[in-house]
Design a binder for this molecule. Sequence first.
Ligand code: ZN
Ligand code: ZN
Ligand code: ZN
Length: 367
Amino acid sequence: MFANRIARARAAMAEQGIDVLLLSVGADLPWLCGYEAMPLERLTLLVVPREGDARLIVPFLEAPRVVERPDVFDLVTWRDGDDPVALAADLIGAAGMAAIGDQTWAGFLVDLTAALPGTRFTRASEITAPLRMVKDAAEVGALRRAAAAVDRILADVQAGNVALAGRTESAVAAEIAQRILDEGHRKVNFTIVASGPNAASPHHEPGDRVIRDDEGVLFDIGGTMDGADGVGYCSDITRCVHLGEPPSGFAELYGVLHEAQAAGVAAATVGTPCEDVDAATRRVIDDAGYGEFFVHRTGHGIGVEAHEHPNIVVGNDLPLVAGHAFSVEPGIYVPDIWGARLEDIVVATDAGPDPLNRIDHGLAVIG
Ligand code: ZN
Ligand code: ZN
Ligand code: ZN
């Protein structure tokens, strides 16, 4: 699998005139070689020349974490006191064009630029994003398992099986986080629990607010679950519930949102430009008069990272192809009053859009 991915990366490098691919912290590295760098200050760097052996430079003390894959890379270690940038520069040699991982610490790029005056640097995402965007069957399977896990958690919330009224958002968020792990994720990426007016803040941080028995609560949760060869794939879902009967204004807002999200999913067919999926959700919300309250793009790609390419956003004219996996998550946020978002992960397939999240999309009324 990894050898095949490296071969595909090399083909893209040849097409784009890139002599060497350099990957450090970030998701490109585990996707390409199965090793995830610790996001610390010591240099980890996978050096993939267009021809010849790939080398993985790691700090000596982190070498025990590396699963050796001789068909993929040779391991090179450095010890405290060595100069890892000089070691990397030596392996990079006379490369004229280098593509370096977008999330590499800027400090290392500055030092490599100084050590390699004849090398020009571009973003590795130009090589890796088009490859990572299109999921193979095993990757879709991993995303589907992760989606089913968070579906079970929020279905339980919708059924009223998780106590909400009288508890703080952060207490509920902690319970949800534990459930994400219990359901088989290896880590929790986020647990947004936003009650009442807090739901008007799309990335609300759960806090001390005590949930009332007569208001809406928004849940946006996700984690990373191991897929093939230990590379993790992400879940991400949003549902809203209401404690007691919702006021008519909120029920109306939610009805518009529900219709917009369904329109976005239905629009996500192979060949449709990403921005047209965005337009499909936005049109419904605009027509209902809530346009000014939909303050973000419709969605983002998902895979090894919770947010990756392709973005479902105005200006992205990339046509969907089978295997693209992304969120469809319109939201309506009325500042200081209330807000709602509805999110599924969807895979584009030749048979039509395949939503991985399958639980009820309505506003569940609890109590
Ligand atoms: Zn978000
Ligand atoms: Zn989300
Ligand atoms: Zn999302």
